[in-house]
Design a protein around this ligand. Structure first.
Ligand code: GLU
Length: 520
């Protein structure tokens, strides 16, 4: 690391939408690296695109970071020595530096109109060469400039790009070589007086003493411009680390909806913040010992941006997109839709199950509370996260959960009071000729045995199959309906041990009376 001793990183979102996985991973890598190095992590809001920035988006981004537990040492709400941390409140600071650059001959006003620039672009296109601004106003005399200013001619400010070969070492992407003549003199202040992204970012990173810029690889191509500005302003150039692309299960750039899904959707789907952080940390980084389940403070202790990989990482949360591009581009409109599109065997689910199983039960119960609201089939006292009975219920079902949103259906099974055979499929199943025999055989064998585990119940059902000569669905469905009244629900080997033998026997008795099956 050159001049800056303390590690200072930042996350600099533009408030133009949700915080999605790409942005959240960038925030996380910056946060973790600062933590691991005993440095500072800053949050800076880049809202110079006034047309696209919204207060709503700003709030959602903050809410998402808070949910994830990514706390900033300096930034909005907490302040800090280099504030303000919102770019639209820093306009006078950029102005000061722009004037300095102009007076030093490192930038100049460009009075070209939009139409003139468009025509030049078209001409370059027609000639099949990349468009580079021709520097028309670079050498205007002071008198000419003053005249235009007096006349109120709109202008932008362009950076006078020195022609050279720029070489820098990116921590993740390696050596990058760039010919600056390919960029030409680029705009640093737009005609509306707002700084361009490449300019504001450098003024801020310089003044905020950022030591490491960690961000998505999409910004790699902006880096040469930014380095030129650092040099022109006399700020030390920070280290850069451009994290590789995140791809979907099809190996392609994340589809619009998968990539744009708000982080908060994962909260609402019942994933714990620790799970999601752990999952995101593995998108492009590997822990020194290769472990993937990294609870507690392992991440902030071990994360090192130098261990990030150059190859794309796979976001396996959603299944391979089905159908054409049109379907892929549709935005999710409901949580159910997102849940449907998810890959049940994702690493996220594997981690999630592990966290749900291993976190203290009190913590799991607390996180579960929002999912129990509006569940009229679960008694209200179970919404108290200190309820010991809730703890034991959660403890018995948590091994089956991929997320907390699935939990209420499991828990509700314990409170079924008016067990009834549902009309339709369930009724039909029990009216099949062979059903009474299956149900009564199951009942009889259950009464005589003492099954405890899922394996015990599987064995019991196999025995029923042998005695009745039935197997597969024909065997399981009547047993299911006789125990639940429904044709669909939890896997039987999961449900039965949860209910226990006595409850199960009572349920079968109740249903059998309803449909006229006589039990032994
Ligand atoms: N506001 C930029 C973005 O959201 C920040 C890029 C950077 O980190 O330099 O992409």
């Amino acid at each position: 690391m050159p001049e800056n001793k303390e590690v200072r990183t930042r996350f600099a979102p533009s408030p133009t939408g949700f915080l999605h996985v790409g942005g959240a991973r960038t925030a996380l890598f910056n946060y973790l690296y600062a933590k691991a190095q005993g440095g500072k992590f800053l949050l800076r809001v880049e809202d110079t695109d006034q047309a696209r920035s919204t207060e709503e988006s700003f709030k959602t981004i903050l809410e998402s970071l808070k949910w994830l537990g990514i706390e900033w040492d300096e930034g909005p709400h907490v302040g800090g020595p280099y504030g303000p941390y919102v770019q639209s409140e820093r306009i006078s600071i950029y102005k000061e530096y722009t004037e300095k650059l102009i007076s030093e001959g490192k930038a100049y006003r460009c009075f070209c109109t939009q139409e003139e620039l468009e025509a030049k672009k078209k001409q370059a296109e027609a000639m099949g060469v990349p468009y580079v601004y021709d520097g028309l106003h670079a050498n205007m005399s002071e008198a000419e400039v003053q005249e235009k200013l007096k006349a109120g001619t709109p202008y932008s400010v362009r950076f006078k790009t020195p022609s050279k070969t720029l070489i820098f070492d990116d921590i993740i992407q390696g050596k990058v070589k760039f010919e600056t003549k390919l960029i030409g003199d680029f705009i640093i202040v737009k005609s509306d007086g707002f700084p361009s992204y490449n300019y504001a970012v450098v003024v801020d990173d310089g003044l905020m003493k950022i030591s490491h810029v960690i961000r998505g690889v999409g910004h790699l191509s902006n880096t040469p411009r930014q380095i030129l500005i650092y040099e022109a302003l006399g700020f030390p150039v920070p280290e850069f680390a451009h994290a590789s692309e995140i791809v979907g299960m099809d190996g392609k750039k994340l589809s619009k909806r998968a990539g744009a899904t708000s982080i908060l959707a994962f909260r609402d789907l019942g994933y714990l913040p620790e799970t999601f952080l752990n999952y995101m940390a593995l998108l492009g980084w590997t822990s020194p010992d290769g472990q993937e389940y990294l609870p507690g403070d392992i991440l902030p202790k071990t994360f090192d941006v130098h261990r990030c990989s150059k190859s794309p990482s796979t976001f396996d949360v959603f299944r391979k997109p089905k159908g054409g591009d049109e379907e892929v581009a549709t935005n999710f409109s409901s949580l159910d839709q997102i849940a449907d599109a998810m890959n049940p065997k994702s690493k996220l689910n594997w981690l999630s199950n592990k966290y749900i199983r291993e976190l203290p039960i009190q913590k799991v119960a607390e996180s579960l509370v929002p999912f129990l609201e509006n569940r009229t089939d679960i008694p209200a006292e179970y919404r108290d996260p200190k309820n010991k009975e809730l703890h034991s219920l959660v403890d018995s079902v948590r091994v089956y959960l991929d997320n907390l949103r699935q939990a209420p259906d499991y828990i509700a099974e314990f409170f079924v009071s008016d067990l009834k055979v549902e009309d339709g499929e369930a009724k039909e199943i029990l009216s099949q000729e062979f059903s009474p025999n299956i149900v009564s055989t199951f009942y009889e064998l259950l009464k005589k045995s003492d099954p405890k585990t899922d394996e015990d119940y599987k064995a019991l059902m196999t025995q029923v199959g042998e005695q009745t000569g039935q197997k597969g669905k024909t065997l399981f469905m009547p047993i299911r309906v006789s125990a639940t009244g429904k044709a669909h629900g939890l896997e039987l080997p999961i449900l039965f041990p949860l209910l226990g033998k006595e409850k199960l026997l009572k349920r079968i008795e109740k249903i059998s009376v309803q449909v006229g099956i006589s039990l032994p």
